[in-house]
Design a protein around this ligand. Structure first.
Ligand SMILES: Cc1ncc(C[n+]2csc(CCOP(=O)(O)OP(=O)(O)O)c2C)c(N)n1
Ligand SMILES: [Mg+2]
Length: 692
């Protein structure tokens, strides 16, 4: 078994040699980087090894095979475990289209460059950067949350696309999680949702090592986790020793037979084999140190001075294990799928579109158009009509609300089918009052190539922001529908009235936020959103009615596609003052514009539904909409004024919110906080005087 002897070992010894290779690679990489977490990969190496070698249906030669089992490392700080697995299993790199190349996802050189600039082995696994990484993890709890969405997607695909004799989709989701994942609220929400949905394709493997960063886990975490999960309706398995490969295999077998989600509680030792394995800091968040690395290698029967050693036989072992088994499964599936494609060309075509991230032909047909109407309707109402029209055209647009579907208006009425245990083909999800788990699950669904949407009150983005941030970081096109978008929601009061949320989400890289002004802008906003491939998008919609503008009098709503556009202008196109706003405040700007016009003032109204998209336009267009020469500018938005100075400039004024809102009927709130025509007209005149 001693690797230095370079004898080819077989059977159980080969297993141990391979497992210790994972461990020593993790130790060496962390030591070289002098940063990272070696302990968790060392403790978990046998867990990942037995799963990949004997169970995971995954073809290293085709890492994006649609029916592959998903392996999620929710404990992202243990990233070296994943990198070691990707390297040893010889997972291929993929090109921009997702086709495997002849290169590898992770080479030994990449492992030597762990945590270095531009390497494929960053501190925590990043989706899109390293082939084989199914999702970005690191913020604890997110990976387990993603895995629930992946399991939902897998079951939905199976329900919708499998046909008798053609089980195209039957994949499982395996997630390694740590104490932190199960302490985080999002992990609990996600587990509760998965238990309710009885997702039989979901397996969490809990690294019960009884330590966290600060010290022993029992300083802060003493509940009976297995009992908790049984309460959620999960099947709970126990493995008493992470090094017991046959116990692990038994637990994986039981998972595959189970009718609901499975938690496998695996007792492990962080930093297994290191002399200070009980001293948490030694194996945790920092390198072991040269001397301890040496002693640990000695314990493993490893040559103490070898670094990044991959003994003879180890790569061959992986090739003969997951390599061959996975490739055979994938090839068999390809044969099945080509028969399926002949028999069900339409379904196969849909799947191909989905895999590429393309919309189906005719995705935007029969969208509503709204006639001018002074009374108008709430943008959440028009939004509900548009999402229903789009969902008819795009079969894989699916989603739901965090218990506010009647408020958010996102229910797909024409479908009428709900995603529930036993009806996994439903397109309406009921996430329950679990915004954060909804956000995390939406990410998992998008990573599975569905086009997911999730809805709640705009104010409760605070409850799901960490998942939105990861969607943005991963550049995946999740759609958020947020209604009740300002103090305009009225009587529910300041606890429900968003103030700083617009500014904070506008500050998030890659997230596209749109706050449309009327029903026709809602249609255009949805069109923009649907065509995004690499950006999550937030549609910010109102509870209260807004007039539907007469587009024969004012400009076409098609301007939404450019982020901001001139809605109403001075007769000669040379305004003395610009009024700009978003959403429900645009109609206030228009009324003020009409009054100023009647008083002989040349004004312009700019509707600015999306700062993000406007910022991407060329300078000529931006200067056409907001001519630099016009310094008198007023922005109107029922939200924090933070950020508007970039558009109004030093002589401009912002009519916005400088405090939290209040509980009152809308008309009283508008008066109290200054969202009146008189106030906007006065601000316009002030801005004109200031810029003279
Ligand atoms: C949301 C979040 N909070 C904090 C951290 C920082 N952090 C990294 S690992 C860790 C806890 C480690 O304990 P555990 O989850 O049991 O993992 P183990 O060290 O046992 O592998 C913490 C707090 C994080 N990654 N994510
Ligand atoms: Mg732990």
């Amino acid at each position: 078994m001693v690797a230095s002897e370079q004898t080819l070992v077989t059977g159980k010894q080969l297993d141990i040699l391979s497992i210790n290779t994972i461990r020593t690679l993790a130790m060496d990489a962390v030591q070289k980087a002098n940063s990272g977490h070696p302990g968790a990969p060392m403790g978990l190496a046998p867990v990942a090894y037995s799963l990949w070698q004997r169970f995971l249906r995954y073809d290293p030669q085709d890492p994006l095979w649609p029916n592959r089992d998903r392996f999620v490392l929710s404990a992202g700080h243990a990233s070296m475990l994943l990198y070691a697995m990707l390297y040893l299993a010889e997972v291929r790199d993929v090109d921009a289209e997702g086709k495997p190349t002849s290169g590898f996802a992770v080479t030994l050189d990449d492992i030597k460059r762990f945590r270095q600039i531009d390497s494929k082995t960053p501190g925590h696994p990043e989706f899109g950067l390293t082939s084989g990484v199914e999702t970005t993890t690191g913020p604890l709890g997110q990976g387990v949350g993603n895995s629930v969405g992946m399991a939902i997607a897998g079951l939905w695909l199976a329900a919708r696309y499998n046909r008798p004799g053609f089980e195209i989709f039957n994949y499982n989701i395996y997630t390694i999680c740590s104490d932190g994942d199960l302490m985080e609220g999002v992990g609990s929400e996600a587990a509760s949702l998965a238990g309710h949905l009885r997702l039989p394709n979901l397996c969490w493997i809990y690294d019960n090592n009884r330590v966290t960063l600060d010290g022993p886990a029992d300083w802060s975490f003493t509940e009976d986790v297995g009992e908790r999960f049984r309460g959620y309706g999960w099947n709970v398995e126990h493995v008493m020793d992470a090094n017991d490969l046959s116990a692990l295999a038994g637990a994986y077998d039981n998972f595959r037979d189970s009718k609901g989600p499975t938690l496998i509680v695996v007792n492990s030792h962080i930093g297994y084999g290191s002399p200070h394995k009980q001293d948490t800091n030694a194996a945790h968040g920092e390198a072991l140190g040269e001397e301890e690395v040496r002693l640990t290698k000695k314990f493993y029967g490893w040559p103490e001075d070898a670094h990044f050693l991959v003994p003879d036989g180890v790569l061959e072992n992986f090739r003969a294990g997951i390599g061959k088994r996975g490739h055979d499964l994938q090839q068999k599936w390809q044969t099945l799928f080509s028969d399926y494609a002949k028999k069900f060309p339409e379904l196969a075509d849909q799947l191909a579109h989905m895999q590429r991230g393309d919309l189906p032909d005719g995705w935007d047909k029969n969208l509503p158009t709204f006639p001018a109407d002074a009374k108008g309707m709430a943008t959440r109402e028009s939004g509900g009509q548009v999402i229903n029209a789009l969902a008819k055209n795009v079969p894989w647009l699916i989603g739901g609300s965090a218990d506010l579907q009647t408020s958010n208006k996102t229910y797909l009425k024409f479908e009428g089918s709900d995603f529930q245990p036993g009806s996994y083909g439903g397109r309406n999800l009921h996430f329950g009052v679990r915004e954060h788990a909804m956000g995390a699950a939406l990410n998992g669904m998008a990573l599975s190539k569905l086009r997911p949407f999730g809805a709640t009150f705009f104010n409760f983005t605070d409850y799901m922001r960490p998942s939105m941030r990861l969607a943005a970081l991963m550049e995946i096109p999740v759609i958020y529908v947020f209604t009740h978008d300002s103090i305009g929601l009225g009587e529910d009061g300041p606890t429900h009235q968003p103030i700083e949320q617009l500014a904070s989400l506008r500050a998030m890289p890659h997230l596209v936020l749109l706050r449309p002004a009327d029903a026709n802008e809602v249609v255009e906003a949805w069109k923009v959103v649907m065509q995004l491939r690499k950006n999550p998008a937030a549609l910010v919609l109102s509870r209260q009615a807004v007039p539907t503008f007469d587009r024969t009098k004012y400009a076409s709503a098609a301007g939404v596609a450019r982020g901001a556009y001139v809605l109403a202008d001075a007769a000669d196109g040379k305004p003395d003052v610009i009024l700009m706003g978003t959403g429900t405040e645009v109609s206030l700007c228009v009324t003020a514009y009409e009054q100023l016009k009647s008083e002989g003032v040349k004004a312009r109204v700019v509707s600015m539904p999306s700062w993000d998209i406007f910022a991407r336009q060329d300078e000529a267009y931006r200067n056409q909409v907001l001519p630099p020469a016009v310094k008198a500018r007023v922005a109107v938005e029922m939200a924090s004024t933070f950020g508007w100075s970039q558009y109004v400039g030093p002589n401009g004024l912002v009519v916005g919110m400088h405090s939290f809102g209040a509980s009152a009927p809308l008309k009283d709130l508008l008066k109290k906080f200054g969202f009146t025509v008189d106030h906007v007209v006065a601000a316009a005149r002030d801005a004109m005087s200031a810029s003279k």
